[in-house]
Design a protein around this ligand. Structure first.
Ligand SMILES: Nc1ncnc2c1ncn2[C@@H]1O[C@H](COP(=O)(O)OP(=O)(O)O)[C@@H](O)[C@H]1O
Ligand SMILES: [Mg+2]
Length: 145
């Protein structure tokens, strides 16, 4: 079993990459919509991620081969729970980093229906720490462009 943690700013192409593989990831935006009917509601952050981790553990209990975590996962602290869950289920955890320039993310973000506010984009870009194997990842793949 494997957990694949996607990492990248809004608009960096995470969900599109999963769609291209016809894979349904555990998406924080989709869970937000399921819980409060609104993909943009940031007031339910903790419940959204509790739910995401609950679904991930259920998948691992069912021995699903690969589970993708589709959220921005910008910092080691945000990624650490998945490494811990991986350890407790004896499965490897990998990261896929969507290394798109902030300008590209901004432009794509501006063109879609669900627009992340400009100041939030800037704040997230400052927060972003690229994933590293030292965090406990079995591998880190970088997707540029
Ligand atoms: N490789 C790409 N080249 C061009 N446009 C892309 C690419 N990946 C994503 N997009 C477009 O950028 C927007 C944001 O992509 P999305 O996958 O939703 O980003 P994320 O899930 O990381 O927030 C979408 O409108 C998508 O069509
Ligand atoms: Mg997305």
């Amino acid at each position: 079993m494997r957990i694949v943690v996607l990492v990248g700013l809004p608009g960096s192409g995470k969900s599109t990459w999963l769609e291209g593989m016809r894979v349904a990831g555990l998406s924080s935006d989709s869970i937000r919509k399921l819980l409060v009917d609104d993909e943009t509601d940031q007031t339910v952050h903790d419940r959204v991620f509790q739910t995401l981790r609950y679904l991930l553990r259920q998948r691992l209990a069912l021995n699903r081969a690969v589970s993708y975590v589709d959220a921005t996962n910008l910092t080691p602290a945000e990624r650490a729970p998945y490494i811990a869950i991986g350890k407790s289920y004896g499965c490897e955890v990998e990261a896929v980093f969507f290394d798109a320039p902030l300008e590209v993310c901004r432009e794509r973000n501006a063109r879609r229906n669900r627009v992340v506010p400009e100041e939030a984009m800037a704040r997230m870009a400052l927060k972003l720490v690229p994933p590293a194997e030292a965090e406990g990842f079995a591998g880190v793949t970088v997707i540029r462009g």
